[in-house]
Ligand binder design. Sequence first.
Ligand code: NAG
Ligand code: NAG
Ligand code: NAG
Ligand code: NAG
Ligand code: NAG
Ligand code: NAG
Ligand code: NAG
Ligand code: NAG
Ligand code: NAG
Length: 680
Amino acid sequence: MKAFQVGLWSVWLSGFVLIGLSLYSTQRLPTLKDRIRVTKLDQEAVGDPDNPKITIFSAPSPFNGSVGARQSLAIRSWLALSAQIIVVLFSQDPSAVSFAVPFGSRVLVEPNIDFTFLGTPFFHSMIARSRSFTSDIFVVIDPETILLPDFISTLNYAYELDRDWLLVASSRNFSYFPYYLDEAGKHWQRGDGKWVRTQELQELLSKIWRWNRCEGRMLMAWNSGDWPLHTGVLPPFLYGKGIHNHWVINEAVSSELRFVFDASWTISSFHLNHQDHWPNGIVGDSRVSDIENRRWEYVGNSHIGALYGSLLYREANYSSLIKLLKCSGQYVFTNTTEKTVYPYGYQSARSLCKRRILHSWWKKRIVACVDAIKSLDKILDCSLKDQMRPSAPLDLSFSLESLLPLIADKNKTIVLAVAGYSYKDMLMNWVCRLRRLLITNFMICALDQETYSFSVLQGLPVFKDPLAPNNISFNDCHFGTECFQRVTKVKSRMVLSILKLGYNVLLSDVDVYWFMNPLPLLHSLGPAVLGAQSDEFNKTGPINLPRRLNSGFYFARSDNSTIAAMEKVVKHAATSALSEQPSFYDTLCGEGGSNRVGDNRCVEPETNLTVHFLDRNLFPNGAYLDLWRKKNVKAACVKMGCFVLHNNWIGGRLKKLERQVLSGLWDYDSSTRMCLQNLP
Ligand SMILES: *[C@@H]1O[C@H](CO)[C@@H](O)[C@H](O)[C@H]1NC(C)=O
Ligand SMILES: *[C@@H]1O[C@H](CO)[C@@H](O)[C@H](O)[C@H]1NC(C)=O
Ligand SMILES: *[C@@H]1O[C@H](CO)[C@@H](O)[C@H](O)[C@H]1NC(C)=O
Ligand SMILES: *[C@@H]1O[C@H](CO)[C@@H](O)[C@H](O)[C@H]1NC(C)=O
Ligand SMILES: *[C@@H]1O[C@H](CO)[C@@H](O)[C@H](O)[C@H]1NC(C)=O
Ligand SMILES: *[C@@H]1O[C@H](CO)[C@@H](O)[C@H](O)[C@H]1NC(C)=O
Ligand SMILES: *[C@@H]1O[C@H](CO)[C@@H](O)[C@H](O)[C@H]1NC(C)=O
Ligand SMILES: *[C@@H]1O[C@H](CO)[C@@H](O)[C@H](O)[C@H]1NC(C)=O
Ligand SMILES: *[C@@H]1O[C@H](CO)[C@@H](O)[C@H](O)[C@H]1NC(C)=O
């Protein structure tokens, strides 16, 4: 079926090119009627400096295949409406840039927002980023929704309102739309190359009331104004799953900061029916599309539910929204649940009731018009109750085995962090830092269900350790505690399983701050060498003294020596009452350091694994040189040429967190749940 559709599209597209060509060569003489219309259209398109500047935001999938063609058509339809329109595409895909280039400054590509590891953008991050653009009106729209000119007239009308507003408009659903935009992107054409009048299109659309509000392909527009859209904090919704629109509308209505109305009846917007579901994600990978089709913001876990709960479960009710209608050429606001019409100069929601008195002749016509629409509207309302109900528990359904090939770099290397819930802000800070360094081959092993759900909501590649102890989400899981011992033993066990699956692992605790990407250097150590941070705090002397191996930052290669040695470590740790850190040292360097070689190595005789203690100036631990007490930690470390700095040698989670935040080695905003580099 998909292949058939692609075929159909290519027939359409090539037909369209041929028609364009034949039009160009044979039909150079438009009729008088056409010419008049063209002049009018051109005038509109030139853009009136008095008209508001409109910025349209969208997050397209890669421009490829039928999805790409639909997106391209939609975006060209927006640009055709007015020269006052600028389009901003949130995307990290090179195809978006290639698409944008021919449009010059009218189409911009913005990659600096938070995305999931599968490439789906976060809606809260898009909205935050939209604030860094200046415009009179902001619009967020689905990338496949086509707009007709009444969009502009409606926005121009709304722009005259004397208070801040937010409008929503549902998109209609066409299974077949027989028109094409010409090459200049200005006129709609029939299959035979004849131009179609805009009015005709709008009439055609006005007969089709196939809205699907539940699906949530709607556009939102708001004036720049003084008031925010709502008072709540937008949860980390994935873009394109619909729920985020309902959430914003609900919050906007209940915040009462802006006048919220439904302009579905005056804005002609539609999309073409197709088999594939919402776009985004990596197209063509069935595992991925399966996951992307889930509404990730669904919350099936009570802990996360407590975070966003009341906000998520509130219902959107569209029939109680004020509607904007155009009756007898006049814009009128109406509340269809009571029989009220508010004509002409709308002033403020509070003065609505004073303006109900109308001339009777006009009233009759308007009421007839409103009634007609009301009867249709009944069918359209969608109960979101079922959709918002927390469904199956949050689950990425990715196993360790299926994540590895998606995440690993070309050297089959991954960066692994093992984290529990009390360290979730540290985890996100670490993730934001890696993203900033453009390192994408990291993954998270969650020690508990809370961390797992949290990570899924944040779009991180995460898996659960099925053998992890349950009882580790508490504040005092720091060095020396029994909890710490159990957690660290999970780490070596996970590293060993990944090595056995054929991938190299850089294990990094989340309290290791990364200044530069250490992977090329670690890789250059070669096979059968394990590079590990030294916990030596002395400025001089050997760095491989007993118990100086830090098991919070090490690089293990997937080779026979390393695997055999790690097996010994895991075995030793399993029977030890201590944490795994001494197991590492005692197993690899021998008790008392009997396997030491030189000042910075050990060689384990049975497996021939070399432990290479990393240069303390490049990979300093938290005690070395008292770096954390420096006035400017970052500058001190950069001067030394640090790759990483470990926030260890400090007791207590809160002290550790405080030290890191105060030093400025902090890249995450926990109130908005976004990486600082992506905040405007
Ligand atoms: C584009 O789509 C085709 C099939 O629809 C697929 O084979 C191809 O890999 C895609 N290309 C990219 C760059 O995604
Ligand atoms: C669009 O309309 C068709 C009927 O023409 C319907 O079968 C289909 O489910 C609708 N699709 C969506 C996404 O609403
Ligand atoms: C519309 O009318 C209903 C019924 O009187 C009322 O409850 C609701 O608040 C009104 N809606 C708005 C947005 O004023
Ligand atoms: C929406 O509100 C109207 C009137 O306020 C009510 O009659 C209707 O049942 C509500 N719809 C849902 C889905 O709750
Ligand atoms: C495990 O949980 C219990 C309560 O369920 C708590 O009393 C105990 O301290 C926890 N264990 C550890 C090692 O913290
Ligand atoms: C990948 O391997 C190549 C060749 O061994 C090496 O030059 C490169 O630095 C490695 N890249 C990373 C990120 O480790
Ligand atoms: C540090 O190293 C020097 C020289 O090797 C040695 O004399 C001194 O005792 C060491 N200090 C500590 C605290 O280990
Ligand atoms: C690693 O071990 C496997 C099986 O034990 C063996 O087949 C393989 O040749 C070894 N590889 C190297 C490089 O020694
Ligand atoms: C370790 O290296 C020595 C000498 O290079 C070699 O004789 C021995 O077979 C190696 N052992 C293993 C387990 O690879």
